[in-house]
Design a protein around this ligand. Structure first.
Ligand SMILES: Cc1cc2nc3c(=O)[nH]c(=O)nc-3n(C[C@H](O)[C@H](O)[C@H](O)COP(=O)(O)OP(=O)(O)OC[C@H]3O[C@@H](n4cnc5c(N)ncnc54)[C@H](O)[C@@H]3O)c2cc1C
Length: 470
């Protein structure tokens, strides 16, 4: 019977352990904290559940604009957190039950490689255990990065893990870092009733997004009271009583209260680092890149018989990517199929309101291509359903190959932007053309109906680098 050792019960480790066990393998899964990993316990599930509460608070506060006058809105963060933890617990227990029922041996402890496909597990209950297997699958994930800044370690800063357990609303939440995780928390806490200020080193938000998209999102968040201090570096942090003080340097640092910013709470959201430093993966023959991620080939193999899946291998850090890593590895080891990581799309959604859905190329990426593209943009103010529901912030954008008329990428910033993007992603997967989408009969008045209008507009023609140079 083939033997497998899976390290980490994240979004690929758990499903892979179950699939291998059901296929007749002898499987041991080592997990140091909780089944379901980041997504279920401290990532997607709790944040999106909290965002639902924040949305309810926002609707209640702003319903007067739609002619509905609600009473005073009272937010009970403790009740919200209890609801979040109830849902998290049910997801986690469901995953754990599925793994155990599949016949996987689940060991709670911290694994460390001691040789090629050999680990020592420091058991959570005490003691150690040596394990070895023919094949090893590493899904040990990543964790929040805490930068080394004088004073930061002593001010009680929270990461995305601790903030989920607050039971009292911060009066003024400072958020260091202006990326995707930061912006979701910023709007969520602003909607629940906190004052929120986001501090980032960059001159603008979300440099990986088109400038007008990032600006439109910033405008929407500012309209809800989120403050931004951009182009600022944290030089020093200190706490005095209930207050955290950040000393900032940089071009915009003189705005919004000067070079010193005070708040009641500090969330640090400046990126995530892989959980590799105590794993000693080099003992298996695998290598780490300069950021500590495990280096893998296009089939996720890190060394002979050793695979790395999910966030720990670097690249797009999303649940659906980690889950697809599971499918790639499962199909390789059980069915001899060789699907490549480089061939798959990497869509994502930012769960702010307006929501941002992205797949494939955006405008700034299209401008770097060596062939002509057409770029269609439709503001949400032109979408009937958005006007009817009072949610007109944002835009839809599609990049189309001028020769084939096929979609190369989609950006949707707007109500249910992730859902509309996914509809267009399916069109991309089916190689539908812009002309087909322009003429598709879509139900009125859905948000997706605006796909017709998107492709009815006059496109911006981008000639591509080669033509432009000529
Ligand atoms: C706040 C937040 C919001 C997010 N929102 C989204 C979202 O909306 N959509 C989305 O797609 N993604 C989101 N993500 C990212 C997503 O959670 C991760 O990409 C996803 O969980 C994939 O993780 P993984 O499978 O690589 O590993 P993880 O889920 O991190 O699991 C790794 C597991 O390995 C265990 N482990 C680590 N080291 C060891 C060891 N030495 N021995 C034994 N066990 C070990 C850990 O305890 C953990 O359970 C979010 C992340 C955060 C932090």
């Amino acid at each position: 019977m083939p033997e497998a050792l899976v390290i980490g019960a994240g979004q690929s480790g758990g499903p892979l352990a179950g699939a291998l066990a059901r296929a007749g393998w002898s499987v041991t899964l080592v997990e140091r904290e909780h089944v379901g990993g980041t997504c279920v316990n401290e990532g997607c599930t709790p944040t999106k559940t909290m965002i639902a509460s924040a949305h309810a608070a926002h609707v209640a506060r702003h319903s007067a604009a739609l002619g509905v006058h609600a009473g005073t809105v009272r937010v009970d963060l403790g009740q919200i957190v209890d609801r979040v933890q109830g849902i998290v617990g049910s997801f986690r227990e469901g995953s754990e039950a599925g793994i155990v029922q599949a016949g996987v041996q689940l060991v709670y402890g911290s694994a460390r490689f001691t040789g090629v496909r050999e680990v020592e597990v420091a058991l959570n209950g005490g003691g150690t255990r040596q394990l070895r297997a023919d094949s090893v699958f590493i899904n040990a994930g990543a964790r929040p990065r805490m930068p080394e800044v004088p004073g930061l370690a002593d001010v009680g800063a929270m990461t995305s893990r601790e903030i989920l357990h607050l039971r009292d609303l911060p009066t003024h939440l400072l958020i260091l870092g202006g990326g995707y995780i930061s912006l979701e928390f910023a709007q969520l806490f602003a909607r629940l009733g906190s004052r929120v200020t986001v501090i980032d080193t960059g001159p603008r938000l979300l440099p990986h997004e088109d400038e007008d998209v990032a600006a439109s999102l910033r405008q929407a968040l500012e309209a809800e009271g989120v403050g931004f201090v951009l182009g600022a570096q944290l030089a020093r942090a200190e706490r005095s009583g209930e207050e955290v003080t950040l000393h900032l340097t940089g071009q915009d640092a003189s705005q919004d209260g000067g070079r010193t910013l005070c708040g009641s709470h500090l969330l640090v959201a400046v990126g995530r680092i892989p959980n590799t430093e105590t794993l000693n993966v080099q003992a298996t023959g695998a290598a780490l890149d300069k950021h500590g991620f495990i280096v893998v080939d296009d089939h996720l193999q890190a060394a002979e018989g050793v695979y790395a899946l999910g966030d720990i291998k670097g690249g797009p850090a999303f649940t659906h990517i980690s889950y697809d890593d599971y499918r790639i590895v499962r199909d390789a080891v059980l069915h001899g199929q060789q699907r490549r990581v480089s061939e798959r799309p990497a869509p994502y959604t930012l769960f702010t309101d307006p929501q941002l859905g992205r797949v494939g190329l955006d405008r700034q990426q299209a401008q770097k291509l060596d062939r002509p593209t057409r770029i269609y943009t439709l503001p949400m103010t032109s979408v009937a359903r958005a006007i009817e529901t009072g949610a007109t912030a944002g835009l839809m954008r599609a990049v189309v190959d001028d020769q084939t008329d096929q979609l190369l990428g989609v950006t949707v910033l707007g109500p249910e932007g992730g859902e509309i993007m996914s509809a267009l992603q399916l069109a991309m997967m089916g190689s539908l053309t812009a002309t087909t989408l322009r003429n598709a009969v879509l139900a009125h008045p859905t948000l997706s109906e605006s796909i017709n209008n998107l492709f009815m507009g006059v496109p911006e023609v981008v000639q591509g680098k080669r033509e432009a140079a000529g």
